[in-house]
Design a protein around this ligand. Structure first.
Ligand code: URA
Length: 211
């Protein structure tokens, strides 16, 4: 079940995730933590980015130094709305990345994903794509978003979340076994409303203070 899933078990990530889970954490605190943890997730998911070597001058003299081979070729696509919480932190580490958006809402009755917004950069074939959403619960939004984004034919694709439920991972794998998942934790199960348990509640509401 855990093939193609990387759990980012770095102590800083785990610590910050626990602070986010705490029901008493305020909106401001939750949002800050989301930004910080997103930077750490970005650090891990970009481990395999290729480097190029260029001559530079340091104050001490010349050297051949590594740079990202394609730093302008990344595209981050948050699944609205909670995915936007991951954007700031990632962009702080990767300021040249382009950004796409996909808007999906979860039908509360069927728990299926319905698309209401879609905009991505036009030259997507050359880009490595990070699709981001804090919560992979049923996996239906992730499956639908990745299905739609595959139509744009990016160079590569990874899915990044904070928390995943086993059911969501199974669902995602069934549809997109080729897309690696990066998550900070895999939780226990979904409740009858499709919320992750123990989870952290509704990530969008906690980020934007809408409840
Ligand atoms: N979306 C959330 O924000 N939280 C969950 O637990 C599940 C889906």
């Amino acid at each position: 079940m855990t093939a193609n899933v990387t759990v980012i078990d770095h102590p800083l990530v785990q610590h910050k995730l626990t602070l986010m889970r705490r029901a008493e954490s305020s909106t401001a605190k939750f949002r800050n933590l989301m930004t910080e943890i997103s930077m750490l997730l970005a650090y891990e998911v970009t481990r395999d980015l290729p480097l190029k070597y260029e001559p530079i001058e340091t104050p001490m003299g010349p050297m051949i130094a590594p740079l990202l081979a394609a730093d302008k070729k990344l595209v981050i696509v948050p699944i609205m709305r909670a995915g936007q919480g991951i954007l700031d932190g990632m962009l702080q580490l990767m300021p040249s990345a382009r950004v796409g958006h996909i808007g999906l809402y979860r039908d509360p009755k069927t728990l299926t994903a319905v698309e209401y917004y879609f905009k991505v950069p036009h030259d997507i074939e050359e880009r490595d794509m990070l699709v981001v959403d804090p919560m992979m619960a049923t996996g239906n939004s992730a499956v639908a978003a990745v299905h739609r984004l595959k139509e744009t034919n990016p160079n590569s694709m990874k899915f990044v979340c904070l928390l995943a439920a086993p059911q969501g991972i199974r669902n995602f794998h069934e549809h997109h076994p080729d897309v690696p998942i990066y998550t900070a934790a895999i939780d226990d199960y979904l409740d009858e409303h499709g919320y992750i348990v123990p989870g952290l509640g509704d990530a969008g509401d906690r980020l934007f203070g809408t409840k």
